[in-house]
Design a protein around this ligand. Structure first.
Ligand SMILES: [Mg+2]
Ligand SMILES: [Zn+2]
Length: 271
């Protein structure tokens, strides 16, 4: 059953916290972060915070240790593994950064489960400092979406995923998220798709303001246990419908075939 693409937000969806805040708080740089936040975009600030932490003597190992302690609900990893085992194509779309996400996924044993991680690029430079750059180069040109932060429009990512799917057979998207940045991609989903907003988080509140703007089916969840239950239920329901369609198509074909076979054979005409 390869008809479903599951797109996960990362912070507060896969993990319980915001990975940027988690690293900054755990390494004792919260005050500086709050002081600088009004002066620059979040994404640029995170690169700056990595520079500050590096100059304070914090190493990559310190950051990795903090990332390994990231809180996660115990049912999220089994949910991801089960969705993958059911044949779904899993992707991540996140405004965190690649180094944080890959480090956490590797620690959870999940690095092989996602076909795509769409996020802000990052790497460790020669000095051992984490460098973070924007997913979308907004200095060169704007992505033109007023709903999203300058460095990333998740709606653009979803549109690209949709374009890549339209050439294949009809696939459905299930999108899971919590934040206001997940609203733009939710608006792009089609009638056949599903959105799973985390209940009482910004995405859910935005959807509730005018649910008619959302074409996809809405299924809210509160914690990792509900995420697992609802996600796997949706996948199984879609799979059952797909199978029913396949069976009825096959039935139809069989009936046509047997109808043909039942046709009286023309008698050979004797000359
Ligand atoms: Mg999030
Ligand atoms: Zn957008």
């Amino acid at each position: 059953m390869a008809g479903i693409v599951v797109v996960f937000d990362f912070d507060k969806t896969i993990i319980e916290c915001d990975s940027d805040n988690w690293v900054v708080d755990e390494l004792g740089a919260t005050d500086l972060f709050n002081q600088l936040l009004p002066t620059m975009p979040w994404n640029s600030l995170m690169d700056r915070m990595m520079k500050e932490l590096h100059s304070q003597g914090k190493t990559i190992e310190d950051i990795v240790e903090v990332l390994k302690r990231t809180p996660i609900h115990p049912r999220v990893v089994p949910a991801i593994k089960a969705a993958h085992a059911l044949g779904c194509d899993l992707k991540i779309v996140s405004d965190a950064n690649l180094f944080f996400i890959e480090t956490i996924l590797k620690h959870l044993g999940l690095e092989e489960y996602f076909s795509e991680i769409n996020t802000n690029p990052s790497y460790v430079d020669e000095q051992g400092r984490v460098r973070i750059s924007p997913h979308h180069d907004f200095i060169k040109c704007s992505h033109g979406c007023s709903l999203c932060p300058p460095n990333m429009c998740k709606g653009v990512v979803i549109e690209r995923v949709q374009t890549s799917l339209s050439s294949e057979e009809k696939k459905k998207i299930i999108y899971l998220g919590d934040g206001s940045g997940d609203y733009c991609p939710s608006l792009k989903l089609k009638e056949v798709d599903f959105v799973m907003p985390r209940k009482n988080f910004p995405l859910f509140d935005l959807i509730c303001k005018d649910p008619l703007l959302i074409k996809a089916d809405i299924h809210e969840w509160t914690d990792g246990g509900e995420l697992e239950h609802i996600l796997l239920n949706l996948i199984n329901t879609i799979a059952t419908e797909e199978n029913a369609q396949l069976i009825s198509a096959a039935d139809c074909k069989l009936q046509t075939m047997s109808a043909h076979e039942a046709l009286p054979q023309a008698l050979p005409v004797r000359q």
